[in-house]
Write a protein that binds this ligand. Structure first.
Ligand code: PLP
Length: 391
């Protein structure tokens, strides 16, 4: 019998991919399924970005690149961050990675081991908990509650810190809730962290450009007092509709960037060369397509929240970021997972159980509104009809 490393038994998954596979299987059987499950824009990558990759391939960018990324893309990332957040990031601190996920895995690998504790959002992106468990560290959930708009309260986060805490993960705007954390609360958290100089922070800002109702993103990069212990995760996947390109970036403190680059060399050598040139074009080129996508997301957000609140037993607070709604379904009488399965099998709508994002997601489902208004409208009708008949 093969003996796998114990960490393999602790590795979780992202059930969005499982739901997607089941939805595809049902479609193959001839069933009509509307997907509100996967977290990816339903738009194509803007044309000038695609052209930049084609040009790079034609010009012969076929080989390995520096492990941390070509200088042009690291410079473009630093310039973009400095412009967006009014900060002063040095391209030398930027690491280009094959998707935002890689940053989180590297950060968790760097700090996680048996005996260490890592604080992470719950409900939150499932890979945080999975990777923490993989390293043998203890995952310490930071409950994100509906009554707080699914954001955290600084005092609650600080109260979770023990002498074993090595890393705190925060994520705003958040998956799966669309919740955001206001600047005042972040200010308070940063002030409180002064008492805990040995704790690192990973700030997942992958949805930093997806905000609504005039909300403003507060990047953790804005706090120079965190500069020697902050890992900031962002990337191209969501903003530029580039999930399949596998392009992400992170900013690391000077004393960690070398370690992070060493992980990259051990793991993937470098990111696809042509994709890096596409990344430069995305950051330095026109932004009108991004603005169009954001306008569409905003319209869908308003629509879906209105429709969800009309469903029997369902209520949904306003999400201010990302492209997810996280309706409370406790009034339907179903548990999250049960509702996810029944909606897919019986109503033809793919959603994701809140519990796929952690225990504190019970009583909720995640609806991704990265789909057309027509499809969202039809999905809401199907759910309403199904709830009327089965509640
Ligand atoms: N962080 C969060 C909160 C996400 O929701 C996702 C993707 O869904 C990622 C990171 C990973 O993004 P990428 O596709 O760039 O790996």
């Amino acid at each position: 019998m093969l003996q796998l490393a114990s960490g393999m038994g602790r590795l979780g998954t992202e059930s969005a991919f499982e739901v997607l596979a089941r939805a595809k299987a049902l479609e193959a059987q001839g069933k009509s399924i509307i997907s509100l499950s996967i977290g990816q824009p339903d738009f194509q990558t803007p044309g000038h970005i695609v052209e930049a990759a084609i040009k790079a391939l034609k010009e012969g960018h076929h080989g390995y690149t520096p492990a941390n990324g070509i200088p042009q893309v690291r410079e473009a990332v630093a310039a973009d961050l400095n412009k967006r957040h009014g900060v002063n990031v040095d391209p030398a601190n930027v690491l280009i990675v094959p998707g935002g996920k890689v940053t989180m895995f590297f950060a968790i690998l760097m700090f996680g081991e048996p005996g260490a504790e890592i604080v992470y959002p719950n409900p939150g992106f499932p890979i945080y908990e999975s990777a923490i468990k993989f390293t043998g560290a203890t995952p310490v959930p930071m409950p994100l509650l509906e009554k707080n708009g699914f954001g955290f309260k600084a005092d609650d986060v600080l109260s979770l810190i023990t002498p074993k805490t090595r890393l705190i993960i925060i994520n705003s705007p958040a998956n799966p809730t669309g919740g955001i954390v206001e600047k005042a609360e972040i200010d308070k958290l940063v002030a409180g962290l002064e008492k805990f100089p040995n704790v690192a922070i990973m700030s997942d800002e992958i949805y930093s450009e997806m905000l609504y109702d005039g909300k403003i993103h507060t990047s953790l990069l804005k706090y120079p007092q965190l500069a020697d212990r902050l890992i900031m995760l962002d990337g191209w996947s969501k903003t530029y509709a580039m999930t399949g390109w596998r392009m992400g970036y992170s900013v690391w403190p000077k004393h960690l960037i070398e370690q992070a680059t060493r992980l990259a060399i051990n793991c993937h050598s470098c990111v696809n060369a042509a994709a890096q040139w596409a990344g430069v074009a995305a950051l330095t080129g026109p932004k009108d397509e991004v603005a169009k996508m954001m306008k569409a997301f905003d319209e869908r957000r308003r629509f879906v929240v209105g429709e969800l609140n009309k469903l029997p037993g369902v209520s949904c607070i306003n999400p201010y970021g990302a492209f997810y709604a996280f309706p409370n379904i406790s009034g339907t009488g179903f548990k999250s997972k049960e509702l996810e399965v029944k909606l897919l099998d019986e109503a033809g709508v793919a959603s994701i159980a809140g519990t796929s994002f952690g225990a504190h997601g019970e009583g909720y489902i995640r609806i991704s509104y990265a789909n057309s208004i027509e499809n969202i409208g039809e999905a809401m009708k199907r759910i309403g009809k199904w709830l009327d008949a089965n509640r």
